[in-house]
Design a protein around this ligand. Structure first.
Ligand code: SF4
Length: 436
């Protein structure tokens, strides 16, 4: 059982997919981004953002819009091809692309032929080294032709947005998908050679009960998902206006959310999945579970990952790039993105330099979230001892010499514990989601 201490979860905290987080980004010009690209070496990962979906879900906080008319997608793709050239010509040939992730939005809002052209473009522009390719898919608009395209390219890692199997929850969040749609997608993807299939699921949905959650987890297990990412729905309509369509009076309260997170965790942990970090789960043998066993899980803008590359280059509107000493985000608006890239300029608009102190704190936060423990130097430990005291007093963490370790019952407090090491925390609590 996880002990419930509402006072420790009262303050919203970041998800720490980077440190500093995107909330700390300020306006930048493109010179430092160009310099960071020029200095990249060794293994590099690419993330390609497709900000379009066939149908927009009420809950979605992603930078995406309805695919609508074909010419919108075509002009976005023209801009994306242009950005690929701009980035590739600055990247040294010694930088080897080992990973490519397509996300969004829904990459399958593109036609299969446009997607193949995009993949070809990457292969021509960059120095690729037998890259591991992954893709996010919306099962509602997935076709057999699309899955055959995935098989033809050799993509073995797929993540599908499933969220819930409960019809009343689907209705409330504006994402209705028949179970047959999921079953059919799984069959097509397996036939196409996909070996690592992730289901995104959510708890904390309007009207959702513990039974609804467990039922969705059970269906997920029966359908054979290799990985599960179980996220708490963050209701922040002041930041995500489309969430105003979700009835707030029927949302589970914090304690109910806590119980759902706990039920989800123990269901998956006792039904063949290894917990990874605080919200991912993977079957033994899946690369993410193997990385977790070896203490080699990392955290980047896509969540917990086995990708160890120190450089992640984001391509597309709103995509974020991470370098050891610099973070940069492209303009979010697809129209401005098209305008800037068509003028032959890099579209990075916001970002932050990472100081040595940022990198150090970032490593502590990453290890705490990925491994549950981190070594902390005496000076930083002295600084955070006061903030950690409530967690120590409740046995949620232990501090022995220079090691801070989250105890098994402390897992639901992991993000809050990590936030103690965040020097930017005081200013921006309003922008984050519930700690559980
Ligand atoms: S399909 Fe995914 S990315 Fe698109 S609106 Fe729904 S949740 Fe957002």
């Amino acid at each position: 059982m996880w002990p419930y201490y509402p006072e420790l979860l009262a303050t919203p905290v970041p998800r720490y997919t980077s440190y500093p987080t995107a909330a700390e980004f300020g306006a930048i010009d493109t010179a430092p981004y160009a310099a960071a690209l020029g200095g990249a070496e060794g293994d590099v990962s690419l993330y390609i953002h497709i900000p379009f979906c066939e149908k927009i879900c009420f809950y979605c906080g992603c930078n995406t819009a309805a695919a609508g008319r074909r010419h919108r997608l075509e002009s976005y793709l023209d801009a994306l091809h242009q950005e690929i050239e701009l980035v590739a010509e600055r990247l040294p040939r010694s930088a080897r692309v080992r990973r490519i992730a397509f996300g969004g939005g829904s990459p399958n809002a593109l036609t299969p032929i446009d997607f193949v052209r995009l993949v070809d473009k990457l292969f021509v522009a960059f120095s690729l080294s037998d890259p591991v390719i992954s893709i996010e898919l919306d099962p509602r608009s997935l076709t057999e032709e699309w899955t055959k395209t995935i098989g033809g390219i050799g993509i073995e890692r797929v993540s599908m947005g499933v969220q819930t199997f409960a019809p009343h929850c689907m209705q409330a969040i504006g994402r209705v998908q028949a179970e047959d749609t999921i079953v059919r997608s799984v069959d097509w993807l397996r036939a196409a050679g996909v070996t690592s299939l992730n289901f995104d699921l959510m708890y904390g949905l309007p009207g959702q009960t513990l039974h609804d959650l467990e039922d969705s987890l059970q269906r997920t297990r029966v359908l054979g998902a290799d990985r599960v990412a179980l996220f708490g729905y963050a209701h922040v309509p002041h930041l995500v206006p489309r969430q105003k369509a979700i009835p707030a009076d029927n949302l589970p309260g914090q304690q109910a959310r806590f119980e759902m997170a706990e039920r989800g965790y123990f269901y998956l942990a006792t039904h063949g999945y290894a917990p990874v970090g605080f919200d991912h789960f993977a079957k033994p043998g899946d690369p993410l579970a193997s990385a977790s066993l070896a203490g080699k899980v990392h955290r980047n803008f896509q969540g917990f990952t086995d990708d160890a590359s120190p450089v992640l280059i984001g391509l597309g509107a709103s995509a974020i790039s991470g370098f050891p000493d610099f973070l940069a985000q492209n303009v979010k608006d697809a129209g401005r993105y098209r305008m800037i890239t068509s003028g032959g300029m890099l579209p990075a608009a916001r970002g932050i330099e990472r100081s040595a102190d940022d990198r150090y704190r970032g490593t502590v936060i990453e290890r705490l979230l990925c491994d549950g423990s981190a070594r902390v130097g005496a000076k930083l430990l002295h600084e955070v001892r006061g903030s950690l005291a409530p967690f120590v007093a409740r046995d949620l963490i232990s501090i022995i010499d220079d090691r801070v370790a989250i105890s098994p019952i402390g897992l639901p407090y992991a993000r809050t514990i990590a936030a103690s090491f965040d020097s930017f925390r005081q200013e921006s609590t309003r922008q984050f989601s519930s700690a559980v």
